[in-house]
Design a protein around this ligand. Structure first.
Ligand code: ASP
Length: 318
């Protein structure tokens, strides 16, 4: 059995590429890298890679992580600037026995030495978003932080290897050096090929409080199916957060076990995700919570078209 699940509709082209590879018996480690690179390279996705929205200094600082469920090898880069594909740097770091997680200038020096492609990741479009946001913050007294859509994936290949990866520009208008859950093993992603894997997207500061991805895998290990593990983890954590703090940020998760069965959970109204396995070709779903359970419906063609056209619509400075 092979399978792959990814957060957000934006992952669809990447998942399609990965699916072809997995069908051809290629390894999960390459399929995940290719799929995430596809999202990083697309300039209109404003929360991952090229075109990602900047921090408050108008710099695009990117976080990415890669984990291999056969060995527990992991690699991560945090707040890396000016490199085209943070996921590939993270994957390369996962092969080392130490120095697996590098931040900012250290990550950049490593990527440079290893010959990774340099690229100015700040697009003109992202600059316009930034300038407009500054105006909106002043005018409407908005909270500066908004916009998040990390790409997170879990993948199983025909050999039984499982890999998970994430890539994000993090919160729009974050402080320089702010790091969310996405590059943190256990929070943004976790995978054990004897069980399965999970990945999260949403408010990193809250996802980290619950070590959400590890918790999902742990629950699957005790026998829960992926859907039950996802819903229990997210909604139990939400109850705790409400009790302790009276609030919780957005949290959405995807998971797959080592049989290719999958689950998702969300505390928002419109979480989209992409999934495929040997039994079912690639599909895009939208998930929301109804009566304490996450319910998924297939995304319509119109919804997908609107998702894309919204991201690509002309943008002018206010
Ligand atoms: N979790 C990411 C972060 O906090 C953002 C996201 O998922 O969209 O950096």
């Amino acid at each position: 059995m092979w399978g792959i699940i990814a957060t957000w509709c934006m992952a669809r082209d990447g998942v399609e590429k990965a699916t072809k590879m997995l069908k051809n018996k290629e390894k999960a480690e390459n399929a995940v890298e290719i799929a995430i690179k596809d999202v990083e390279d697309f300039p209109y996705y404003k929360s991952v890679g090229y075109g990602g929205l900047p921090n408050e200094e108008m710099e695009v600082e990117l976080d990415a992580a890669y984990m291999d469920g056969s060995t527990f090898n992991f690699g991560a880069v945090c707040a890396i600037k000016d490199f085209a594909n943070p996921i590939s740097v993270a994957k390369k770091l996962s092969k080392l026995s130490e120095n697996n997680m590098l931040v900012s200038s250290g990550a950049e020096a490593y990527a440079h030495k290893e010959g990774f492609e340099r690229k100015n990741m700040l697009t003109d479009r992202a600059k316009i978003h930034y300038k407009n946001r500054i105006k909106d913050i002043a005018e409407y007294e908005l909270k500066p932080y908004s916009g998040h859509d990390t790409v997170g994936m879990v993948c199983l290949d025909v050999y039984g290897n499982m890999v998970s990866g994430t890539s994000t520009s993090g919160l729009f208008m974050k402080k320089r050096g702010r790091i969310g859950d996405s590059p943190i093993i256990g929070s943004g992603l976790y995978v054990d090929n004897e069980v399965g894997g999970a990945s999260a997207t949403g408010l990193g500061e809250d996802i980290m409080k619950g070590i959400i991805s590890y918790e999902i895998v742990r629950m699957m290990e005790t026998g829960a199916d992926p859907q039950t593990a996802c819903d229990r983890t997210v909604y139990n954590f939400e109850r705790k957060m409400m009790k302790k703090r009276g609030k919780i940020g957005d949290i959405s998760v995807v998971a797959m076990n080592n049989k290719g069965e999958w689950g998702v959970s969300t505390n928002i109204d419109n979480f989209s995700f992409v999934v495929a396995n040997e039994l079912s070709d690639i599909k895009i779903y939208r998930a929301k919570r109804i009566n304490g359970k996450t319910i998924c419906e297939l995304a319509s063609k119109e919804w997908i078209e609107e998702y894309m056209s919204k991201r690509m619509e002309p943008l002018e400075e206010k």
